[in-house]
Unconditional design. Sequence first.
Length: 116
Amino acid sequence: QVQLVESGGGLVQAGGSLRLSCAASGRTFSNYAMGWFRQAPGKEREFVATISWSGENTYYADSVKGRFTIARDNAKNTVYLQMNDLKPEDTAVYYCYTDIWGTRYWGQGTQVTVSS
């Protein structure tokens, strides 16, 4: 059974940094792309970043480009999201995901709160 578990969220001041982690189990995740979405209160879930199975290719939402970096360690079945220069508008629940044979799997989410 596929399981994704996020960690690393918290409260940080504007301009600060956080690193989120997503530990995956139940599959050989090195075969699949993985990524992050986020959902702010009262808003739809939105794409943040994705990384290819090899880690060679990454793609970011315009709102986080240049501030966030996605990376993965296939030996540890873990994907990371390094978030720098955080802004209050980055406040949201961050969800890890992966797509396996047409099914999207989600983690339970981790809260990130950025104070001004």
